[in-house]
Design a protein around this ligand. Structure first.
Ligand SMILES: [Zn+2]
Length: 225
């Protein structure tokens, strides 16, 4: 309500000039809070690794970490912000999770190559702690990038592996990570998002990325239920 002497709020009568001042004050306080939160996010310290789980959705998880000091395991602690999905691109028979575990152990000794998990149709291998940087997204150590802040998951595509079951297993692992690290769905990403590489190849080329995200969302809801 407005009359000659100002704006009435309930029993109070406020002069227009004071009302504008109040509005500016409220906007400034909101701005300070927003800015403060942004700065706090920027300086958020490294994440703690969630306790290891021997099975995820009934699938055995084998933790066989790349040795500390390996070129591919810089040991840099970081804030976990994303889950980064890959496909191995290796269709050779027996190129499952165990085989890729051996591969990444060998390669990480020689070059900046590593990721956190490999999933096939019957098991999951973990190669790096969740809260350590890996080299999988092709964006070096860019601030808030895929290597710096992502947990890399490789989906196996070997000929003797059931790809559909592997997708289901990967969705369970991804949902667990989103859940325990409080990562939003929109931070479930593809390798392609960081370096443009055609990876995960099948999910992109067969236009199944949205379907995969739906599978993860369903697993996430089931976990939270
Ligand atoms: Zn990739």
């Amino acid at each position: 309500m407005k009359n000659n002497r100002g704006i009435r709020i309930g029993r109070m009568r406020i002069k227009p000039r004071f009302f504008v001042f109040l509005l500016i004050l409220v906007a400034m306080i909101a701005g300070f809070i927003w800015g403060g939160l942004k700065i706090a996010d920027h300086f958020r310290g490294p994440s703690e690794e969630a306790p290891f789980e021997e099975t995820i959705g009934g699938i055995p998880v084998i933790r066989d970490l790349i040795p500390e000091g390996a070129i591919g395991r810089p040991g840099t602690l970081r804030t976990i912000r994303y889950v980064v999905i890959h496909e191995t691109g290796n269709t050779a028979e027996t190129a499952g999770a165990a085989s890729h575990n051996s591969y990444v152990h060998t390669e990480a000794m020689k070059q900046k190559l590593s990721w956190h998990y490999t999933v096939d149709d019957h098991e999951i291998y973990q190669h790096l702690p969740d809260n350590e940087v890996g080299y999988h997204a092709g964006d070096r150590l860019e601030e808030k990038g895929g290597n710096m802040c992502g947990i890399g998951i490789e989906i196996c595509v070997n000929a003797d592996n059931d790809y559909e079951v592997t997708l289901e297993n990967t969705a369970k692992l991804a949902a667990r990570l989103l859940d325990v690290y409080d990562i939003p769905m929109k931070a479930l990403t593809k390798h392609q998002d960081y370096s443009g590489k055609n990876c995960p190849e099948h999910l992109i080329e067969d236009e199944r990325w949205d379907e995969f995200c739906g599978m993860v969302e369903k697993e996430l809801k089931a976990r939270k239920a």
